[in-house]
Write a protein that binds this ligand. Structure first.
Ligand code: PHE
Length: 339
């Protein structure tokens, strides 16, 4: 027993956790542990002694287990304490700023568009970028001979010279106006929708890209007027651009609206331009043409409304004074991190 007694003393004065581990093994190891061997010896003792010795050994087992646990705790508390004084670790030091990613400017702006128009009662509708000639042109009252259909402007997926019906000929949609047809053909008025998405045209320079984003709006009801259109657009765009931009409505022409208007915003971001800035075309709008309603199965004598289609990149260029639209797509982190 004195053997176990000296083990207890050793545990209490062990200098490290490793020393405690070694002592634990010396005592409790299944094969050679001092206590294990002593317990085995019990079997050889006469019954009376066996009981007494057994109780004694159990007592030791408890004492030594407790001593090991206690010493481990002491040593661990000691080393934690040392962190503050011995180690050169200052837990109050500020970490270098963590580089968190964020959403790209364009999806972020689309989310805001959905939110701002959503507050004015507009639902969000989405549709395919691969569209039939029928939905992209024909049903929008765009005549067969309209220059926008020209292969100079449109990415045709089906050979435009191939004699196929318009619902079998495909293009990459040239505008989000295809969504007017898709939604109006499948929903009963009144409704108001906003449809953001990618569109494609054969264009490429500082203010044009072959792929860009638009958001379409359409509101059909009983007494919708041009005044509603202007009010909703200006309210929405002011909120989105976030400052007092100047707008200018001009008369325009689109086969799917009558009358049609174009909306410009004043851009002062480009040093090459004069101090007065430059009027940039944002998109078109107008009162939905009766033929479009008819093509969607809506009675134009009963219902009327407006539609608009705007670029996403252009207002962002104005908002952030970005001179070249192509910067949006280059993935240059020096550009993207600024927003
Ligand atoms: N689709 C037209 C364009 O891309 C914009 C537009 C949409 C005009 C809706 C009027 C109404 O230029």
């Amino acid at each position: 027993m004195s053997d176990l007694g000296s083990q207890e003393a050793k545990i209490r004065s062990a200098a490290s956790a490793a020393e405690v581990d070694a002592l634990e093994l010396e005592i409790f190891s299944r094969k050679h542990g001092a206590l294990t061997l002593a317990l085995k010896e019990l079997a050889t003792l006469p019954p009376a002694e066996k009981v007494k010795k057994g109780q004694e050994l159990n007592q030791w087992k408890q004492t030594l287990t407790d001593a090991i646990t206690a010493r481990r705790q002491e040593l661990s508390a000691k080393s934690m304490g040392a962190l503050g004084s011995d180690d050169k670790l200052d837990v109050t030091l500020e970490l270098p700023p963590h580089d968190r990613g964020h959403q790209h400017l364009i999806p972020e702006f689309i989310r805001q568009i959905e939110e701002v128009f959503g507050r004015m009662g507009f639902d969000v509708a989405e549709g395919p970028e691969l569209e039939t000639e029928e939905n992209n042109f024909n049903k929008l009252n765009i005549p067969e001979t309209h220059p926008a259909r020209d292969s100079q402007d449109t990415f045709w997926i089906t050979d435009p010279n191939e004699k196929l019906p318009p619902d079998k000929r495909y293009v990459l949609r040239t505008h989000t106006s295809n969504m007017q047809i898709r939604f109006a053909s499948t929903h009963k008025p009144p409704f108001r929708i906003i449809c953001p998405g990618r569109v494609y045209r054969k264009d490429s320079d500082a203010t044009h890209s072959p792929m860009f984003h638009q958001f379409e709006g359409m509101m059909i009801g009983k007494d919708i007027s041009l005044a509603n259109l202007k009010g909703i657009l200006v309210t929405g765009l002011r909120e989105l651009i976030g400052r007092d931009v100047e707008f200018r409505f001009r008369t325009g022409f689109f086969p799917f609206t009558e009358p049609s208007l174009e909306l410009d915003m004043l851009w002062q971001g480009d040093e090459k331009d004069s101090k007065e800035g430059r009027w940039l075309e944002m998109g078109g709008c107008g009162m939905t043409h009766p033929n479009v309603l008819k093509n969607c199965g809506i009675d134009p004598d009963e219902w009327q409304g407006f539609a608009f289609g705007f670029g996403v990149e252009r207002p962002l260029m104005i908002k952030h004074q970005i001179p070249d639209l192509r910067s949006f797509y280059h993935g240059d982190l020096r550009f993207l991190r600024q927003f």
